[in-house]
Design a protein around this ligand. Sequence first.
Ligand SMILES: NC(=O)c1ccc[n+]([C@@H]2O[C@H](COP(=O)([O-])OP(=O)(O)OC[C@H]3O[C@@H](n4cnc5c(N)ncnc54)[C@H](OP(=O)(O)O)[C@@H]3O)[C@@H](O)[C@H]2O)c1
Length: 499
Amino acid sequence: MKKFTSAIDAFLGKHNWTPTRFGREIAGDPLFVFDLREGREPRSETRNKILKSMDEYNEGGMLAPLRIGVAGLGTVGAELVKILEKDGAAISRKIGREIVVSAVGARSRSKDRGVDLSKVEWFDDPVALAKSSNIDLFVELIGGEDGPALASVKAALNASRPVVTANKALLAKHGVELAAIAEKSGAQLGFEAAVAGGIPVIKALREGLGSASVTRAYGILNGTCNYILSRMGEEDISFKDCLVDAKALGYAEADPTFDIEGYDTAHKLAILSSLCFATQIAPDEIFVEGITAVTQADIKVANDLGYKIKLLGITQVSDEGIEQRVHPTLVPKSSAIAGVDGVLNAVVLETDHVQELMLSGPGAGGAATASSVLSDILDIARGTSVPPLGVPTAELKPYKRAPMRTHEGGYYIRFNAKDVPGTLGVITTSMGKREISIESIIQRPDLRGENPTNKGENTRTIVLITHETMEKNVRTALDEIAKSGLVIGKAQLIRIEKF
Ligand SMILES: NC(=O)c1ccc[n+]([C@@H]2O[C@H](COP(=O)([O-])OP(=O)(O)OC[C@H]3O[C@@H](n4cnc5c(N)ncnc54)[C@H](OP(=O)(O)O)[C@@H]3O)[C@@H](O)[C@H]2O)c1
C-alpha cells in the first residue's frame, strides 16, 4: 500500500495536480487521495485500475474525455452545444482532453434547437440528469432561483460532481449554501457567466488579482438598461418608446420589470460584493432603484452639464460596513465607464495594488454567455481547483450593511417648479439650512410641460448640482421644499459619482 501511495504522490508532483483533481479524474472520487491518506485502503481491483489509468496518462498525456450533461437548451444551452460541436477538436488540442456532451435535457424534446442531439441521452428530469453516472460534469442552464435549477445543482454537488451554471438568481440566493456543499463534496462550482455574461470578472476576482484587495467595485451590469439609457442620450426618444424597440430587437424580455427595476443588476452585484470583500452574499441588503423614472429632460440636462446617466451597481467598503447600491448615476462624460454604451457591460475594480481595472464587453447573449460557461468547463477539465467564492465558506465574514442615508456624494436634483417669484429662494434656503453647497443651478423653461401633472400651470425645470453632501440632508431639504407647495410632483434625485 505504501508503494501505491508513493506512486500517487509522485504522479501529483510530476504533473502538478491537486489531490482533488487526481481523485476526480483518475479515481472517480474527489476524496480518494484524502481517504487513502487517512488509511482507508481501496480494493485491489480499484488499485489496479488506478495504476493503469496513471500509466495511460503518463504515456499519452491525454485524459479520458470529460462527459458533460447540459440541463436547459435555450438561448445559452443550445449555443453551448453548438460551440462544442464546432470547436470540439480545437478545444481537445488546447487542453489535452476531449469534452463530450453525453446527456441533455429541457422541457420539450421535440423542439428544434439547431443542434444534432440524436446520439445524446435525453432526460426530462434535470435532477435525474444531474445524478446520471454517464456524466462527469453538470451544466445548469435552466434559470430560476429555486425549483429544478436548485434541485439539480444540489443533486450534482452532493454526488461530488462539478457544476457550471450561468444562473445569477440561484447564486445570489443560495450561493453560500451551494459553495459549502461543493467544498464538502470536493466538487468545483463555476459561475463565470452569472455576472456580466462574457466578461471574465469572476476569474479576475478569484484568481487574477493576486494579493490586491478591492476597495470599491462598480459596473454596468444590465445590457437592457444600458441600451435604453444610451439610446435616450443619442436620440430624442422617450423611455417608453425605447423599451418597445429594445423588446423588438431582443434586448429586453417580454416582461422587462426585473431588468429595468434594477433587480437583475442587484443579483449580480450581490455576487460581486461577496467575491470582492469575502462576505456572505446579501441580495436583500441592496438599495435598488431602477431606470423607469429617468426622463429625456434628465438626460439632456446631464449632458449639458458634462455627464451621462448610467444604471450602476456599486459596492464599497467603509468603516460603517458595506454599501451596495443600484441606481441611475450621473458619471462624468470623460470617465471610462461613460464610454460603455449600448448593450455592453463593464465592471471596474478599484484595488490597493493595481489601482483601477476596467473589464468591458458583451454582458449577455447566447454566444458570449456560453463562452463564459465553456471557460468554466475548461478550467474544471484542466483540474483547476478554487473555492467557489474565493475563500472557504467558513471564512466568509458576516455581512454588515452601511446605512444608505450616510452615503456621501454629489447630487443632481430636478424640480418641476411653479413659475412664481420666490421659488428659487425657497429651494436654495432649504438647501443652505442643511449646509448643502450648490455647484450649479440651471433653469430650463424649454423643458416645461414634460410633467403630465402640470395641469396648465406655468412651470419651469430647475436643476441643481450639489457638492458632496450627506444623502439624509438632501432628503430632509427635499421634504421641506415639497411642503412649500411650490414644486409639482416628486423631485428627481440622481446620485453623482466622480470616477
Ligand atoms: N440569455 C442570456 O443572455 C443570459 C446571460 C447571462 C446569464 N443567463 C442565464 O443563463 C440561464 C439560461 O438562460 P437562457 O436565456 O438560456 O434561458 P432560456 O432561453 O429561457 O432557456 C431555458 C431552458 O431551460 C429549459 N427548462 C425550463 N424549465 C425546465 C424544467 N423544469 N426542466 C427542464 N428544462 C427546463 C427550457 O426548456 P424548453 O426549451 O424546452 O422550454 C429551456 O431550454 C439563466 O439562468 C439566465 O439567467 C442568460
